[in-house]
Design a protein. Structure first.
Length: 374
């Protein structure tokens, strides 16, 4: 005689096998799960960059002396700023207005004469402030170079009595890719996982194939687990693909425990798949499920996960909303494990939060999954 647990597992396995056949017959599902994340990771990984690289800087040299040329060489020596010729401050403002340069350094006439006389010789930096983040980076970079050049010219006597040595940990080059790729990975997994289950299960409601399930002795929980397990396996393959691309194409390191990374991914995918199932159970329509899935996964995972903006900088009401956004915990876990290192103990709170969300959303989906058509 077959025991109840064994019968439960057999039914779940049968449901999962049926769902695998649906996936094999529908190439769009495989593209959404495996093709779309690769394309989006490449686009977002290369496109979302906050690094200063070859920023056009207009040099309006009104002195044309050895000292002004030395200052220009110092600015262009890092290869982060590219020279754009100019004549005076009015030409610099015109170039900024037309978008020909993002910053302009105006060196006044008599610059070298004032330096040789031991007097201050200020230079003017004009920055296009329409992009606030880039403007702050340019101001900081140019200010540091000008101060260093001034100190070298003044000699050690002008050096401050106290000095600060800065050591940047985990991302010494300050590359955006190392910071962005873990966040992009969570963003892509969230979108694909929610839309996969929301669309495929909503399609079954539209086709009427749910009637056959309702006529069978399969229970609600068995249907839910049987439908989620194949997509969970597909999502883990997607996670492996995204991490492999991140490490090979963008040189993102993995300093922490790889099994813990996949454990975090497993909890997150289960949460997102449960969210997609919950949406499909309520919507029962592919169009509505697509809109609800995009709104509930795309925007929160992009804005409220800490992927682009630190959560600490958000208004308090948005900080409170991030508590129920699973992407927040995966972004933190991936950045911690991949960039800083460590194991289970450093991301235990993130794992617990994602597990709690998974249990809650699956319970809601199971309760809402009524064995009736109306």
């Amino acid at each position: 005689m077959i025991s109840r647990p064994e019968r439960f597992l057999r039914r779940v396995g049968a449901m999962a096998a049926k769902e695998v056949l649906h996936i094999q017959r529908d190439p769009r599902t495989l593209y959404m799960a495996l093709g779309m994340p690769v394309i989006m990771l490449m686009l977002l990984g290369f496109g979302l960059s906050f690094d200063i690289e070859r920023i056009p800087l207009l040099l309006a040299d009104g002195d044309r002396s050895a000292a002004s040329r030395e200052l220009a060489r110092s600015l262009l020596g890092s290869h982060e700023l590219a020279a754009v010729d100019g004549s005076d401050a009015s030409a610099a403002e015109t170039a900024l207005r037309r978008g020909q340069a993002m910053a302009a350094l105006v060196i006044p006439a008599g610059f070298e004469r004032e330096l040789l006389a031991g007097r201050d010789s200020p230079v003017q930096l004009l920055v296009d402030g329409s992009d606030g983040n880039m403007a702050r980076q340019i101001m900081g970079k140019v200010d540091a170079i000008v101060r260093a050049a001034s100190q070298r010219r003044a000699g050690f006597a002008a050096s401050p009595p106290l000095g600060v040595k800065v050591y940047t940990l985990w991302n010494p080059a300050g590359r955006s890719a190392l910071f962005m790729v873990p966040g992009v990975a969570a963003y892509l997994l969230a979108i694909a996982a929610v839309l996969l289950t929301a669309l495929t299960i909503a399609a079954e409601w539209e086709r009427g194939s749910m009637e056959q399930l309702f006529a069978s002795p399969v229970g609600r929980l068995e249907i839910v687990l049987g439908k989620l397990l194949p997509y969970l396996a597909l999502g883990m393959l997607q996670l492996l693909l995204v991490i492999t691309l991140g490490t090979t194409v963008f040189d993102v390191p993995i300093r922490g425990s790889l099994p813990v990374i996949f454990l975090a991914g497993l909890f997150f995918l289960a949460a997102m798949l449960g969210q997609g199932l919950f949406i499909s159970v309520i919507a029962r329509n592919q169009l509505v499920a697509t809109q609800a899935g995009a709104l509930s996964s795309l925007l929160p995972s992009l804005i409220l996960s800490g992927m682009l903006v630190p959560i600490e900088n958000m208004p308090r009401i948005l900080q409170a909303l991030t508590i129920v956004v699973p992407a927040r915990y995966l972004v933190h876990a991936l950045r911690t494990l991949m960039l800083k290192g460590g194991g289970l103990s450093v991301v235990a709170l993130d794992l617990c939060a994602m597990l709690a969300f998974t249990v809650a959303i699956l319970a809601l989906a199971t309760l809402r999954f009524k064995r009736r058509l109306a």
